[in-house]
Each structure stands twice: as C-alpha cells, then as structure tokens.
Design a protein around this ligand. Structure first.
Ligand code: NAP
Length: 244
C-alpha cells in the first residue's frame, strides 16, 4: 500500500488558478485525488483544470473576499477530505508607509479568506470529513523576514497561529491542521516581486537559498504528504521548505 496515495479523497484547493495552488492541484490529481479547484480568474482556473489527471474534478469560481461567494462555494461542495489554502497576495511596503487600507487589503486576502472559508466549511454538517487534512501555505519569512514584508509576513504569522489553534480544536474529530512555510518559489507572485522591485532583489533572495529558488513541485510534493495518510499523526506543525 502506498501511504501517499490520495485515491478516494476529495481535495479543495484555493488559489488554484496560479502558482503553488495550481501545482498542488495537479500533483494531488497525479496521486489519485478528486479535485475541487477555486480561484477568481476563469481562464487561468480552466488551464489548471485541463492539466488535472483523472476524472470527476470540479472548478468553482469565487472571490473569497466576498462572504456571499464563500457561501456559494461551500454550498456547491460535496464532503472534503482535505483543503489546501493557497490564496494570497504579497503587497510589500516599507513599514513607515503602511496605511489602514493596506493592512485591510493584505489581511483580507491573505488571512480573512482562509479563516472565513474554514468557518463556513466547519459549520456545514459533515462537509469536513473525519481525518480531513487542512494545509495552509504560509511563508518561511515568518522566521526569516525581509525588508518591506511587514504586512505580508504579519498576515501569514497570524494564519500560522490560527492553524495551530484549529489543530487543537479539531483533533477530537481526527481533523489535522498544518502550515507549510516555503522560501521563494518560481511563480507569478515572484515574477511580480521582480517587476515591482528589481531583478537584483530576486538575485539577493536567491543567494539566501543555498539550493536556489524552489519549483512549485517542491511545495506540491510536501502538500501531498500532508494531505495523505502518511502524515496522519502530524498536526499543529509548520514545515519549513527553505532550500537550505
Ligand atoms: N511564490 C513564492 O515564492 C511563495 C513563497 C512562500 C509562500 N507563498 C504563498 O503561497 C501562496 C500562493 O502563492 P503563489 O506564488 O502561487 O501566488 P500567485 O501565483 O500570485 O497565486 C495567487 C492565487 O491567489 C488567488 N487569489 C488572490 N486573491 C484572491 C481572492 N480575492 N479570491 C480568490 N482567490 C484569490 C489568485 O487567484 P486569481 O488568479 O484567480 O485571481 C491565485 O490563484 C500565497 O499564499 C503566497 O503567499 C508563495
């Protein structure tokens, strides 16, 4: 028996229209999972959908900053055995320029969306199956911060704390909750960092990672481990994927 096999598990992935969420969905489908993928941009979400292995998958458009769209998404879901939370934005700003509007924007997308989606999932009876695995994509920057990352990193640190509380609250139901904390990975988010700052900034980031920049597969493989029964005794943890 392959302990990493995801056959028979239905996995919801947020942020599945791009980057890490897209790759997590694709890799999980290679391991046999049935995917429900969500994002805002239909074209990009369909690109992910078309790359999934196997059949029976579902795509659902939703802007997770809107309560009504979370409710609609949850209303359309069948029971899930795992959730990967990859929704996020990385708005960067030197600390002295941060405004209330900036904080609201970053926390709304990178924290509130995942928390409010989870509340909706948990309040609908039997939607979150026993032994379900919740996997939150945080960042290594909560341990090793960078200049300009105050809002982004604070929102992710809050998400990690939330994931650990969930682990305690849900352990009696066999539901697990863990965070994965990647260093910098080649995705559109990193491309926009290069655009908004400079290639030089990305080169400096790369220098801090002895094994270089990550590939989305490097994160997706770890996510598969957390979704699978191979990690059934692991909860409330934060896995650092740092490339050294
Ligand atoms: N890339 C890295 O180096 C890195 C490192 C550590 C952690 N992370 C974390 O990993 C996660 C994924 O990052 P990524 O690099 O894959 O970024 P990405 O390519 O920019 O993807 C972000 C995803 O979030 C979705 N999204 C944004 N706002 C949304 C909203 N209001 N409602 C629903 N979906 C929304 C986007 O959907 P649409 O495209 O449909 O708008 C997209 O699918 C993020 O949480 C990020 O903080 C990334």
């Amino acid at each position: 028996m392959n302990a990493f096999d995801l056959t028979g598990k239905r996995i919801l992935v947020t942020g599945a229209s791009s980057g890490l969420g897209r790759q997590c969905a694709i890799t999980a489908s290679h391991y046999g999972a049935t995917l429900v993928i969500t994002g805002r941009h239909q074209g990009r979400l369909m690109e992910t959908f078309n790359e999934l292995s196997g059949t029976g998958h579902q795509w659902l458009l939703a802007d997770l900053t809107k309560d009504s769209e979370i409710l609609r998404l949850v209303g359309d879901l069948q029971p899930v055995n795992g959730v990967v939370y990859s929704v996020g934005i990385s708005d960067l700003s030197p600390a002295r320029f941060i405004t209330g509007a900036d904080i609201n924007k970053t926390f709304t997308v990178s924290f509130n969306t995942s928390v409010l989606l989870t509340s909706s999932l948990l309040t609908k009876k039997k939607l979150v199956q026993k032994a379900c695995s919740l996997v939150f994509i945080s960042t290594i920057s909560t341990r090793y911060p960078f200049v300009g990352g105050a809002m982004y990193i604070s929102a992710k640190a809050a998400l990690e704390a939330y994931a650990r509380v969930l682990a305690l609250e849900l352990a009696s139901k066999g539901i697990r909750s863990n965070s994965i904390c990647p260093a910098f990975v080649k995705t559109p988010m990193l491309d926009s960092t290069a655009e908004n700052y400079s290639q030089e900034a990305v080169r400096k980031i790369e220098e801090r990672q002895p094994l270089g920049l990550g590939e989305p597969e490097d994160v997706a493989n770890a996510v598969v481990f957390f979704l699978s029964d191979a990690s059934r005794w692991i909860t409330a943890t934060n896995l650092i994927l740092g490339g050294g």
